[in-house]
Design a protein around this ligand. Structure first.
Ligand code: ADP
Length: 478
C-alpha cells in the first residue's frame, strides 16, 4: 500500500506519514487474532478483567506519549487529556460490570417443567472496529473494551486523518502480551476499512451516514451484524420558562465544545418567540467572547478543525444559508492561522429555515442557527423534521416541563436542562433513531452483552415425548 501523508490541524502541514497494511498482512493479523481468541474466551471473565487492569497500568505508564500524540492529531490539549481519562474510566467501568454481565443463567419451562435450560454465552470471535477522527482515542476503544471483556478478539482500524496516537497506544498494548494477542490496531483509509468488514464476525462503525451505509451493505453481504453510530443534527428546544443564563450557557457549550466536532453536538436551536430576542442577543454576547486556542495551544477554548474538508462543508453551508436570506451575527469565517490551520469561531446565525442545508445536514462545526417558534407543537415538529435522530435537548423552567417535551422527540438520547449529556453518561441504554444508527446500544449493559450470542442448552430431565402421542386419535373431541 502507498504511504498516507497526514495533515497537522494546527499548521496545515503534512508532517506525519504511515503505511497502511497490505491486504494479506491485514488478513494474516485477523487470522492470528481469531486463533488467540479461543484461549482468551476460555479464560474466566475475572482473568480478562485482571489483564485489562494490567493494561490500564501500562496506559498510565504511557500517558504522556499518548496524550501528546492525540494533541497533535486533534490540535487540542485539554480534550486529549479528557479522552485519555475517559478511556481509563471506561476500562474501570466495564471491568466492574463485566463479572455481573458475563453470567450464564438457567431456568425451567413453565409449560413443560421437565425441560430446564442453561444459557451459554458465545462471544463473536473477531470484532472489527472502524473509528473516526473527531475523538480518535475514545472512539477506537469505546467498543473494543467491552468486546474484549465479553471474550472477543478485536481489530481496530483508526481513521487515516488522526493516526499518530496509534504508535504509543500500541506500545502500551504490547507491554501486556495476553492482550496483544487479541487486540490490534491497524490504521488505514477506507480501503483498509472495507477489507476489514470482510475479515470479522461483527463490525462496530462510528462515522458518517454515507460510509455507514456502505459498511452496512457490506456487512449484509458477509451476513454479519453491524453496529452503526452515525451522525446527527441535534435540535435543542428552549421554552419561554427557561432560565436565560442557563439556556444560553447550555447551547453555547453543547454546540461549541470540541469545535462542534462531536456527533452529539447541538446543531439547531429552536427558541420560544417570547424570549427569542433576549436569547439571541445574550448568546451572541457570550459566543463573541469565546477565544480560539491559537497561537497558544494552552489557552483558549476553540480548537482548529481537524479535517480540512470539514471546513469546506461548514463554509458551504453558511454560504448557502446567507444566499437564502440568513444572517450571521458573529463568527462565520474560516480563519487560517499557523500557515494552514483552519479555525471557525462560535457562530450564531438567524433568519434560518429548513430549506437551508445548515438546518438539515450535519455541520460538525461551532455553528448555532437559531429559529423562533410559537407553540410547543410547532417546536416538536421542527425538531423531528429531518433524517437524523441521534440526540436532542430541551431547556425549560422545570425538569418536568422539559421531560414532557423530551418524550415527544425522535432521538435516542434527550438531555433535559442540559445538552449533549450522552457524551458523558454511559449507563443509560439508547438506540439511534432514523439515519443516526443501527444495532444494539453502545451504552448501558447491552454495550457489552451485544458482543456474545446466547446459546440455549435445553435439558430434558424427564422422558422425551414419543411420536405416537401425536396420533390424531389422541385429539380431544369437541
Ligand atoms: P469522517 O469523514 O467523519 O471520518 P467517514 O465515515 O468517512 O467519516 O469515516 C469514518 C471511518 O470509516 C474512517 O476510519 C474511514 O477510514 C472509514 N472508511 C471510509 N470509507 C470506508 C469504507 N468504504 N468502508 C469501511 N470503512 C471506511
Amino acid at each position: 500500500m502507498e504511504t498516507i501523508q497526514v495533515r497537522n490541524p494546527r499548521s496545515g502541514q503534512f508532517d506525519y506519514r504511515f503505511t497502511p497494511p497490505e491486504p494479506e498482512a491485514l488478513a494474516r493479523r485477523a487470522q492470528e487474532l481469531r486463533a488467540a481468541q479461543r484461549a482468551w474466551s476460555a479464560r474466566p471473565v475475572e482473568s480478562r478483567v485482571a489483564i485489562l487492569q494490567r493494561w490500564k497500568d501500562q496506559l498510565l505508564a504511557h500517558r504522556a506519549a499518548i496524550i501528546d500524540a492525540v494533541t497533535i492529531d486533534t490540535g487540542r490539549h485539554l480534550l486529549a487529556q479528557a479522552e485519555f481519562g475517559g478511556t481509563i474510566a471506561t476500562i474501570d467501568r466495564w471491568c466492574a460490570q463485566a463479572p455481573g454481565l458475563v453470567r450464564e443463567d438457567e431456568g425451567r419451562s413453565q409449560a413443560l417443567p421437565s425441560i430446564t435450560y442453561r444459557s451459554q454465552l458465545v462471544p463473536y470471535a473477531l470484532v472489527g472496529v472502524i473509528s473516526p477522527w473527531n475523538f480518535p482515542l475514545t472512539l477506537s476503544l469505546i467498543d473494543a473494551i467491552p468486546a474484549l471483556l465479553a471474550g472477543c478478539a478485536v481489530l481496530v482500524k483508526p481513521s487515516e486523518v488522526t493516526p499518530r496516537f496509534v504508535e504509543p497506544l500500541r506500545r502500551s498494548i504490547e507491554a501486556v502480551p495476553e492482550l496483544a494477542a487479541v487486540l490490534a490496531l491497524m490504521p488505514g483509509d477506507g480501503r483498509t476499512g472495507a477489507a476489514l468488514v470482510g475479515l470479522v464476525d461483527l463490525v462496530c462503525f462510528t462515522g458518517s451516514v454515507k460510509t455507514g451505509r456502505i459498511v452496512a451493505r457490506s456487512a449484509a453481504e458477509h451476513f454479519i451484524p453491524a453496529f452503526l453510530e452515525l451522525g446527527g443534527k441535534d435540535p435543542v428546544i428552549v421554552t419561554r420558562t427557561a432560565d436565560l443564563e442557563l439556556a444560553t450557557d447550555v447551547v453555547l457549550r453543547a454546540s461549541v465544545l470540541a469545535t462542534g466536532q462531536a456527533c452529539q453536538s447541538l446543531e439547531r436551536v429552536y427558541v420560544d418567540e417570547a424570549i427569542y430576542d433576549r436569547f439571541v442577543s445574550r448568546l451572541v454576547e457570550k459566543a463573541s467572547a469565546v477565544p480560539i486556542n491559537y497561537p497558544d495551544l494552552h489557552s483558549g477554548v476553540v480548537g482548529p478543525l481537524i479535517f480540512d474538508r470539514q471546513a469546506d462543508v461548514i463554509a458551504a453551508q453558511l454560504d448557502d444559508a446567507v444566499r437564502h436570506g440568513a444572517k450571521i451575527l458573529c463568527g462565520g469565517q474560516v480563519e487560517i492561522h499557523g500557515g494552514g490551520g483552519r479555525w471557525v469561531r462560535p457562530t450564531v446565525v438567524v433568519g434560518v429555515d429548513h430549506s437551508m442545508k445548515l438546518m438539515t445536514e450535519e455541520t460538525f462545526g461551532p455553528v448555532m442557527p437559531v429559529m423562533k417558534f410559537r407553540t410547543i407543537d410547532e417546536a416538536v415538529e421542527l425538531a423531528n423534521d429531518g433524517v437524523y435522530g441521534l440526540s436532542a435537548a430541551v431547556v425549560a423552567g422545570t425538569l418536568e416541563e422539559a421531560e414532557v417535551i423530551g418524550r415527544r422527540l425522535d432521538a435516542g438520547g434527550v438531555s433535559l436542562n442540559d445538552g449533549a449529556l450522552t457524551g458523558v453518561m454511559h449507563e443509560a441504554e439508547k438506540n439511534s433513531f432514523k439515519c443516526s444508527g443501527l444495532g444494539g446500544s453502545r451504552m448501558g449493559a447491552t454495550g457489552l452483552t451485544r458482543f456474545f450470542r446466547k446459546k440455549a442448552l435445553l435439558r430434558q430431565t424427564g422422558r422425551p415425548a414419543t411420536l405416537d402421542m401425536f396420533d390424531e386419535a389422541n385429539a380431544r373431541r369437541p
